[in-house]
Design a protein around this ligand. Structure first.
Ligand SMILES: N[C@@H](CCC(=O)O)C(=O)O
Length: 270
């Protein structure tokens, strides 16, 4: 069997960050079946080199292709910033969507003084600044690397006072610049919204690229005639690390305890 309308959409991240995109899929495209992969054995991605990220993404896409996904959403800014172009050129028959462009498009609709919080790799890549200023050259962009956020979220320490302290430090230079818009430039960070919201003036608009990438996915599926006309299958969850840890952590965001499969990458191309 080859991929068809009935095939799942592949969604991946290094960990639980991509669940913010998965929730948007449930909201906007509830009829689609999903294959969710978290590369928890190799997390965090945000401090890795471009070469490593490209290699990891290549392995994930190879595995997802074997599972006959009809489309892949990179629910990971670091992968979108560092590997999207390369893997699109390699996996020509597979529609692959990244989160940066949808995020940038939303940000320019919201403001002119835009702060982007992200992993160090995404900040260093300048991907957001370039994407935003290509659409609106008059927009000003400040990119702040936040290396401590992903380990804190994966350790379930969101409501730890230490996390608030770290967040205050990361936001300080953006507040000094009087930003009017803040982009969650890492899919994990949406999980921090209760903490971040309290530290920001209410006038600052928050942009989550998840909503926009799912809107793009819907358009693309329509265009390709690949929308699922049937009832979806239950989401398949897979991780490269410990399935129980992932199941326990993700429950609070999913509202159910997922059954999680362990997979071993790399998988050779058949
Ligand atoms: N979810 C992350 C990857 C985080 C990490 O593993 O550093 C992102 O959007 O960039």
């Amino acid at each position: 069997m080859r991929e068809s309308q009935f095939s799942p959409i592949g969604v991946f991240d290094s960990g639980v960050g991509g669940l913010t995109v998965l929730r948007e899929l449930y909201r906007q495209l509830p009829q689609e079946s999903i294959l969710y992969f978290a590369d928890t054995a190799r997390l965090p991605y945000g401090t890795r080199s471009k070469g490593e990220i490209i290699e990891f993404v290549r392995e994930i896409l190879t595995w997802m292709s074997e599972r006959q996904v009809k489309m892949v959403i990179m629910a990971c800014n670091t992968s979108s910033a560092l590997a999207l172009e390369e893997v699109r050129a390699e996996f020509k028959d597979l529609p692959i969507l990244g989160v940066i462009l949808p995020g940038a498009k939303t940000a320019v609709q919201k403001g002119k003084r835009i702060g982007v919080i992200s992993t160090p790799a995404t900040a260093k890549s300048n991907a957001y600044k370039q994407a935003i200023q290509e659409i609106d050259p008059t927009a000003q962009v400040w990119q702040i690397p936040c290396p401590e956020f992903v380990p804190l979220i994966e350790a379930n320490r969101i409501f730890d006072p230490y996390t608030t302290q770290v967040a205050r430090e990361y936001l300080q230079p953006l507040l000094a610049e009087n930003i009017d818009t803040l982009v969650y430039g890492c899919t994990h960070y949406r999980h921090l919204s209760p903490v971040l919201r309290r530290l920001l003036p209410s006038s600052v608009r928050l942009v989550d690229p998840a909503a926009a990438v799912v809107r793009s996915a819907e358009k693309e599926l329509e265009l390709l005639g690949l929308k699922n006309p049937e009832t979806p299958l239950p989401t398949n969850f897979a991780v490269s690390g410990d399935p129980n840890t992932f199941a326990r952590l993700s429950r609070q965001w999913l509202g159910f305890s997922p059954t999680v499969e362990k997979v071993y990458l790399p998988v050779p191309v058949l």
